[in-house]
Design a protein around this ligand. Sequence first.
Ligand SMILES: C[S@@+](CC[C@H](N)C(=O)[O-])C[C@H]1O[C@@H](n2cnc3c(N)ncnc32)[C@H](O)[C@@H]1O
Length: 299
Amino acid sequence: MADAPADQYIEIYISHLTRKDEDFVSGFLFAQGALGVSENLDFTQSDVRFNPQVKLKNELRLIGYFPIETATRELTEKIKSHFPTASVTVIKADNKDWLEEWKKGYEAFQLSGDIWVVPSWKPVPPEAKMPLFIDPGMAFGTGTHETTQICSRLIAEYLQTRKCESAFDVGTGTGILALLMSKLGVTRIHCSDIDEECRRVSQENFEKNQATNIEWSEDFSRSEGSWDLIVANIIDGVLLDLKTDFRDHAGPATDFILSGILLEREDSFIRDFLKDWPLTIRKRLAMKEWVGFWLTPKR
Ligand SMILES: C[S@@+](CC[C@H](N)C(=O)[O-])C[C@H]1O[C@@H](n2cnc3c(N)ncnc32)[C@H](O)[C@@H]1O
């Protein structure tokens, strides 16, 4: 049987190195017993999509990962004697199952009216008359993010005033918005996601909630039929990329509920999304730095 991982390990942060020495320093750290070495990078995100870019610097900063028993004082001295410009910081880190740690703090909460999101491994609180069981795994869609809450509120409001038989949830994540629509009585729901883990997690959540009226579509652009409502909570740049697909699949009476739009890009998003498309804003909802819309065709 494999040994259980130690409770702690050592991280050695080394800065003020020169980039050309990268291979040499890494090789040196492995020779001293490192279990792994990574570069300590800074990132920037200038684009609207989730597309972080590395800030290039001449200075090289590395992190060496060592077993907890490592004699850190001797190792620090060795590093400094081989690389005199280097600054060295030693940290004792806990080896944790981060997903399990996070799960302890995820509590049931009211999503909309009687519908409560309930972590599937926790008891149902008495107030949760209509529990919606979610195990998010590594997928987006715990229900706590502002954009999911914006969509949930707009969906509930839309369904109070409209008869909706068919809806598509583009970028379903954990499946939370598809499940909400199913609980609120939408008869036929389709969903899609480009991420394989989200497809696996959401399918499990559909089963946990016995939501037999939610079906998977491989890809929204290839889905058949048109929809009363299309919901998409995806970052604004991707929503703009999807605009042509949305138009192709919208019937004359299709409404949209969209979020994932940063307030700072609201004006440009609305200008580009509504350009040459006769939709009007039926409702706008903002929370913290996010905004979402219920868009309806001009009648
Ligand atoms: C912000 S999460 C929203 C998850 C969930 N609908 C919610 O509201 O909590 C966006 C999801 O869209 C998916 N996604 C991103 N681009 C997509 C695309 N072009 N088509 C389908 N899904 C996409 C991501 O994998 C992610 O699961």
